[in-house]
Design a protein around this ligand. Structure first.
Ligand code: FES
Length: 149
């Protein structure tokens, strides 16, 4: 059901933890499904030089958090903003259809952390319209089994 990559990133998640004095912090999630992702970014000259996460959630949420930190380290903030939940899932060699929504957490956490970074630095960023889609999606999470928790 899960790819080897998903299982690897779930069993051995990369970049777990916090960054002290992070330049951007994003927290997304839904109390109903209990899945929460917090992303910390260290940014120098608009390049993400470090990323760490803490995720309380299903196995797919942990795996997508882990791979998303690997995807964004070394990228500019603009490049990181282009990373979609689909790209995160593809980097894991796919997710089962019923777990695709879990990858929304990673995309939204990246966006939220970058938004935090930009607002701290006086740059405005339009609120993502996908955020509403994410919340709508995550309301369904309570109906989905957390099968690798
Ligand atoms: Fe995986 Fe909600 S994010 S079940």
């Amino acid at each position: 059901m899960y790819s080897e990559k998903v299982m690897d990133h779930f069993m051995n998640p990369r970049n777990v933890g916090e960054i002290e004095n992070a330049d951007g912090i994003g927290e997304v999630g839904n109390a109903k499904c209990g899945d929460i992702m917090k992303m910390y970014l260290k940014i120098e000259n608009d390049v993400i030089v470090d990323a760490k996460f803490k995720t309380f959630g299903c196995g797919a949420a942990v795996a997508t958090s882990s791979i998303s930190t690997e995807l964004i380290i070394g990228k500019t903030v603009d490049e990181a903003l282009k990373i979609t939940n689909k790209a995160v899932a593809e980097a894991l060699d796919g997710l089962p259809p019923a777990k695709m929504h879990c990858s929304n957490l990673a995309e939204e956490a990246i966006r939220a952390a970058i938004q935090d970074y930009r607002s701290k630095n006086g740059m405005s960023q339009k609120e993502s319209s996908e955020k509403e889609d994410y919340i709508t999606c995550c309301k369904r999470c309570e109906d989905i089994n957390h099968d690798i928790d």
